[in-house]
Design a protein around this ligand. Structure first.
Ligand SMILES: Cc1cc2nc3c(=O)[nH]c(=O)nc-3n(C[C@H](O)[C@H](O)[C@H](O)COP(=O)(O)OP(=O)(O)OC[C@H]3O[C@@H](n4cnc5c(N)ncnc54)[C@H](O)[C@@H]3O)c2cc1C
Length: 376
């Protein structure tokens, strides 16, 4: 229940080994953000999360606690994340008393969309990459499939692939103004991550979702990494998915997910340390009597390289980085400058805000409404 989660969260918070002044600063700021009016939040459009925090406190504890929330949402360091977007999301999380996780796991989202498409007599092709959008006389006429070369004709094409890859590789740049091309080419992706699923022979962790905060600031982490160290006092994102949705593991077993943001280069030279750090973090959550390494039934590690191969975008977790200059009115419009050609997903949709799947679906809905309006 919310009450029990709140109670446990506050209990753990007050037991943290940091000064009362730090804890008070954090709670005061959280309450302040909760009460902020939309117009006040809108003033922070050109400020980073770090700059925003600097106006209120120099407490390292508060900076680290806010930085892990900001990192988990934007997957880039908090000194680059747009404060306005972070504040709105943080406020929503506080007001809705937590974050959500899809029943039956993340795969349930595309499965639900598939059901709707099939119900509406749509056809879904899997493992069939498109290698070209077909355009004739400035109008979209369909797509060509990469493997068979088959052409599928349609006067509307909606893409949700990596926007930077799309423009240039799947559709010729000649249809776009040089300003738009240059804007798209300059867009920066969020960081990548190492992601693990750990299946336990029995439930060893009681928590549902833990975002472990770093105790070092992002600058300190970067400096120590540059010095060749592997700092372990860094954040970790740990939904214990079968505690949230029991169907995620067979009865009597447990499935945990854990991820740590990184860059490709740093991961490649510290692969084993990352794996051990994730297990150490899960061990910290486990009931004292368990040695979690003894309880593992299987474990998979999805590396930044795997994410890049699976989703493109350099393995970016949330597509384009939610940084100053890349959000809201600076986002690329879904309606592209070729008749009948649209782009939606976390990379596009002007004036939208949010993160990840939520932002991608919002962009999809927005794009659908746009198409329906032009078809009336
Ligand atoms: C490890 C991980 C953890 C995440 N955690 C969260 C989270 O906790 N909360 C959250 O909200 N978001 C999370 N996200 C982000 C979220 O998954 C994305 O923001 C979201 O899926 C973006 O949706 P999209 O439709 O824009 O693009 P995608 O979901 O990336 O879809 C693009 C699709 O295009 C396909 N494709 C690529 N090239 C071609 C081609 N040539 N032809 C045809 N198809 C092609 C790809 O295979 C892919 O299926 C996470 C992402 C990752 C990788």
């Amino acid at each position: 229940t919310h009450f029990w989660n709140y109670f446990k969260t506050f209990w753990n918070f007050f037991r943290l080994e940091t000064s009362f002044a730090d804890k008070k600063d954090f709670l005061d700021l959280t309450l302040k953000i909760k009460e902020m009016e939309e117009q006040e939040i809108a003033k922070y459009g050109d400020l980073s999360v770090k700059d925003f925090l600097d106006q209120y406190t120099d407490s390292q504890f508060v900076h680290c606690m806010m930085a892990i929330s900001s990192d988990s949402y934007a997957v880039v360091p908090y000194n680059r994340v747009a404060a306005r977007d972070f504040l709105e999301i943080y406020q929503r999380v506080i007001k809705s008393k937590g974050v959500g996780y899809p029943k039956y796991g993340c795969g349930a989202i595309p499965e639900a969309f598939q059901k709707i498409i099939k119900k509406k007599s749509g056809v879904i092709l899997k493992e069939e990459p498109v290698d070209r959008v077909l355009i004739e006389d400035g109008k979209t006429i369909g797509v060509r499939l990469a493997k068979s070369g088959k052409e599928i004709l349609s006067d509307i094409v909606v893409a949700n692939v990596n926007l930077k890859h799309f423009v240039g590789r799947l559709v010729d740049k000649q249809y776009f103004s040089s300003d738009l091309i240059s804007k798209i080419e300059k867009l920066k992706h969020s960081f990548t991550s190492v992601v693990t699923h750990v299946a336990f022979k029995q439930p060893v962790i009681e928590e549902k979702f833990v975002m472990k905060s770093a105790t070092l600031t992002p600058n300190e982490i970067a400096e120590r990494r540059l010095d060749g160290e592997f700092p372990t006092e860094i954040g970790c994102f740990m939904p214990i998915v079968s505690n949230i949705s029991p169907a995620m593991a067979p009865k009597g077993k447990q499935l945990a997910f854990a991820g740590i943001g990184t860059t490709h280069e740093y991961y490649e030279t510290h692969e084993e340390q990352f794996k051990e750090l994730i297990l150490d973090n899960l061990q910290e959550l486990a009931k004292k009597k368990y040695d979690i390494r003894e309880e593992i039934e299987w474990m998979d590690v999805i590396t930044p390289k795997d994410l890049k191969n699976l989703f493109g975008e350099q393995g970016a977790i949330v597509g384009l980085a939610q940084t100053i200059g890349q959000v809201r009115s600076n986002r690329i419009e879904s309606d592209l400058p070729v008749e009948g050609l649209f782009h939606c997903g976390d990379d596009s949709g002007k004036d939208l805000f949010g993160v990840g799947t939520e932002l991608a679906s919002l962009s999809g809905q927005n794009c659908a409404e746009m198409i329906l309006r032009t078809r009336k």
